[in-house]
Ligand binder design. Structure first.
Ligand SMILES: Nc1ncnc2c1ncn2[C@@H]1O[C@H](COP(=O)(O)OP(=O)(O)O)[C@@H](O)[C@H]1O
Ligand SMILES: [Mg+2]
Length: 394
C-alpha cells in the first residue's frame, strides 16, 4: 500500500474558490481564472501515490505550485478540494487534535530558510521538535545528539547558530527534522540557498542518510540536476498541474511533452545517467571451480576474451583472460584460482557516466558493476558509455 496518496487535490487562493472551481472544471486556464475571478489556482487536480521509503521529488519553475502542494500534505495550507491519505489515515478529514498529533509524530519539515533559534544552542535547536512532543529531557538530549551525529555535527552541540556556516545550519535543520524520527520528511527547497559545492555535499549526504533511514521523502526543488540526482521518481509541475511523473532516466529520455522536453534540453546527460542505466548482463561468468578449459570454452562460445569470475553467491572474485586460461590448461591446472586477476575496475550502480568515463579510459576489459555485498550486477562495455552520451537527450 502507498505511504502517501493524493487524490484530485486542488488549491484555490482567494475568498471565492467556487467560481474558480467551476471555471477550472470547464478547462479555463489559470491566468484567465485569475483575471476573471481574482482567484489564484495554486494546484490543479493533482493525483499521485508515493511508496514507503521512496524519495519523491517535485520539480518545476517558480510559481508552478510546488510549495502549495507540499504544504497541503500536512495541511499548513488547507486544500480546496481532493483527498490526502497517509497510509490508511485520511489527512484531509482529520480534526484539529488529530492533525496536531499527525504533524508532531508522523512528519517533519525542512525549509529553505534554516529557521534556527539564534539564542538556543545547536543541541537545543535540534531538540525543538522533541520538546513539543513532551519527551523527557534525558531522552530528548540523547535523540538530538544522535541526530546531530547523523548529519556530521558531533562536537557542535553547545555552539550557537551564528557560529555555523550556512551549510552547517542546514544540517541542523535536517537534524531537527530527523530527531523526531518522522515517517515522512517534507523538504521544500531545503538546499536551494546553499552554494553549489555545499549543496552537492548535502545532496550526497541526504542520499547516504536515506540508505540508512529509508524514510518517505517529499523533496522539492526547481533544479533539474538536483531532482534527477535525488529522486527515485520526479514529478514535474507546470502552472499548478503535474505534467509527468517518472524515474529520472525516463524524464530525460522520454519527456511526456514539449514542456518537459524543453526543461531537460540543457541537462548534462553525462552527469545524471548512471552505471545502472548503461550496464548489461554479462553474457557468461565463470566460477572458481571451473577448470581453465571450461572457461576457455565459455569465452569461445560467446566470442569474448575475458570472463568475470563469481562465487556461488554471485560475489565478484575477479576475472580471467583467455590467454591465461590457455596457459593454465597447458600446465594441467584444474581450477581457475591461480589465474584470477583482481585489478579490474569495479563501480557501484550509481556511478555517473562522467566518473565512468575516467575509469573506462584506463580499463582494457569491461567495468564490473557491483553492489554493497560485492555481487556482480552487470558489466559495462566501453561502447555503451559513448553511445549513451551521444544519444540525443530529447
Ligand atoms: N497565499 C497565496 N495567495 C495567493 N496566491 C498564492 C498564495 N500562495 C501561492 N500563491 C500562488 O499559487 C501559485 C503557486 O505558488 P507556489 O506553490 O508558492 O509555487 P512554487 O513553490 O512552485 O514557487 C503561484 O501562482 C502563486 O502566486
Ligand atoms: Mg516554493
Amino acid at each position: 500500500m502507498a505511504k502517501i496518496t493524493v487524490e484530485n487535490l486542488t488549491k484555490i487562493f482567494g475568498n471565492h474558490p467556487e467560481k474558480a472551481l467551476t471555471l477550472m472544471d470547464q478547462g479555463v486556464s489559470k491566468d484567465e481564472i485569475l483575471m476573471k475571478t481574482g482567484q489564484a489556482v495554486g494546484i490543479k487536480d493533482v493525483s499521485f501515490e508515493i511508496e514507503e521509503g521512496e524519495t519523491f521529488v517535485v520539480m518545476g519553475l517558480s510559481g508552478s505550485g510546488k510549495s502549495t502542494l507540499i504544504r497541503c500534505l500536512n495541511r499548513l495550507i488547507e486544500p480546496t478540494r481532493g483527498k490526502i491519505f497517509v497510509g490508511d489515515n485520511e489527512v484531509t478529514s482529520m480534526n484539529d487534535n488529530e492533525l496536531r498529533l499527525f504533524r508532531r509524530n508522523k512528519q517533519a519539515m525542512v525549509f529553505q530558510q534554516f529557521a534556527l533559534f539564534p539564542h538556543r544552542n545547536i543541541l537545543e535547536n535540534t531538540a525543538y521538535g522533541l520538546e513539543i512532543q513532551n519527551a523527557d529531557s534525558a531522552e530528548k538530549n540523547e535523540r538530538a545528539q544522535k541526530a546531530l551525529e547523523l548529519v556530521g555535527l558531533k562536537g557542535w552541540e553547545t555552539r550557537y547558530p551564528e557560529e555555523l556556516s550556512g551549510g552547517m545550519q542546514q544540517r541542523v535543520g535536517l537534524a531537527r527534522a530527523l530527531a523526531v524520527d518522522p515517517e515522512i520528511l517534507l523538504m521544500d527547497e531545503a538546499f536551494s540557498a546553499l552554494d553549489p559545492l555545499i549543496r552537492r555535499e548535502m545532496q550526497d549526504e541526504l542520499l547516504d542518510l536515506q540508505q540508512k533511514m529509508n524514510k518517505t521523502i517529499v523533496f522539492i526543488t526547481h533544479d533539474l540536476d538536483e531532482a534527477l540526482k535525488i529522486g527515485d521518481r520526479v514529478a514535474l509541475m507546470k502552472d499548478g498541474e503535474v505534467v509527468q511523473i517518472d524515474p529520472p532516466e525516463l524524464i530525460l529520455t522520454n519527456p511526456a511533452d514539449e514542456y518537459v522536453a524543453k526543461f531537460v534540453e540543457d541537462v548534462d546527460l553525462a552527469k545524471v545517467l548512471t552505471a545502472e542505466g548503461v550496464m548489461i548482463h554479462p553474457k557468461e561468468v565463470a566460477f572458481p571451480k571451473d577448470g581453465p578449459r571450461i572457461a576457455l570454452r565459455k569465452m569461445k562460445d560467446k566470442g569474448i576474451s575475458s570472463l568475470f569470475v563469481v562465487n556461488r553467491n554471485r560475489q565478484l572474485q575477479g576475472y580471467v583472460t583467455a590467454e591465461d586460461a590457455a596457459k593454465a590448461a597447458e600446465r594441467g591446472e584444474k581450477e581457475l584460482t591461480g589465474i584470477i586477476q583482481t585489478d579490474s575496475p569495479r563501480v557501484s550502480p550509481d556511478t555517473t557516466l562522467n566518473e565512468l568515463f575516467e575509469v573506462s579510459a584506463s580499463a582494457s576489459i569491461p567495468i564490473a558493476v557491483i553492489d554493497e555485498e560485492k555481487k556482480l550486477l552487470g558489466i559495462i562495455i566501453r561502447g555503451a558509455i559513448l553511445s549513451a552520451l551521444s544519444k540525443e537527450a530529447v
